[in-house]
Design a protein. Structure first.
Length: 238
């Protein structure tokens, strides 16, 4: 059976603080986990969680992935930005141009995210988290489309995007050039699959182009690398 996206994970030295920040920005409920982690639960009870996992590695480079938050109106965009700043976010400069219209912020641990202006047709109707926007090659977009069995909803000029058949947040890759890997990513995808199909799913992902990480065990699951060397985890359900 194909694995499902169960969580988008942030590795951070501030799991409780980041959970409070993102819970306030998104208005998602939080729940403490068993190993010092904190999860935000999607309001409709379906889809992925956002997990904040304890880790000590300091942030030194721009993340390979960030959230694009949507807006329904100019007032809504201003309200989201003001709320994020009130909760501990800050403005940052990553080379954005004023005419692009989006506001670039960082959360209290320095993780970048964008608040997009209203009228973005590509992300219309998705909800507050319009996309997980990633640096990545066309090949990695194809890999994740097959890995999750999510169809490609964009494939042009080496840029790709996928979305669950049930809708919701899109995952996008901007194509080359891709920044070189400089240590473990602070954001990663967490997949889950029924336990009876766990070993077969590892084999399927490896056949699609994943590779094993050096120390690939993580609790009851495994660490793997996608074709762009981004870490992700696979855990059994049940």
């Amino acid at each position: 059976m194909t694995s499902q996206l169960s969580a988008i994970c942030f590795t951070t030295s501030l799991p409780a603080e980041l959970a409070r920040f993102w819970s306030g920005v998104l208005d998602w409920e939080s729940a403490a986990g068993p190993e010092g982690d904190v999860a935000l639960l999607p309001p409709d009870g379906t889809g992925y969680r956002i997990r904040f996992v304890p880790g000590l590695a300091p942030k030194t480079v721009q993340n390979r992935a960030h959230f694009d938050l949507t807006s329904t109106s100019p007032e809504d965009q201003r309200h989201t930005v003001a709320r994020a700043l009130r909760l501990g976010g800050k403005h940052i400069d990553v080379g954005q141009r004023p005419e692009e219209g989006h506001v670039v912020l960082a959360d209290p641990d320095g993780n970048e995210f964008c608040v997009l202006p209203a009228g973005n047709a590509f992300l219309a109707g998705i909800g507050p988290v319009g996309a997980l926007a990633c640096d990545g090659t066309q090949a990695v977009g194809y890999f994740w489309s097959e890995a999750l069995r999510w169809p490609l909803v964009w494939d042009q000029d080496q840029e790709t995007a996928i979305q669950s058949p049930a809708g919701g947040t899109k995952i996008t890759w901007g194509g080359p050039p891709v920044a070189p890997q400089t240590g473990a990513n602070r954001l990663r995808l967490e997949l889950a699959v029924p336990g009876a199909g766990f070993d077969a799913e590892i084999d399927r992902l490896l056949a699609l182009g994943a590779t094993r990480a050096g120390d690939d065990r993580t609790g009851d699951g495994v660490f793997l690398l996608d074709p762009d060397a981004n870490e992700f985890t696979l855990h059994p359900l049940g």
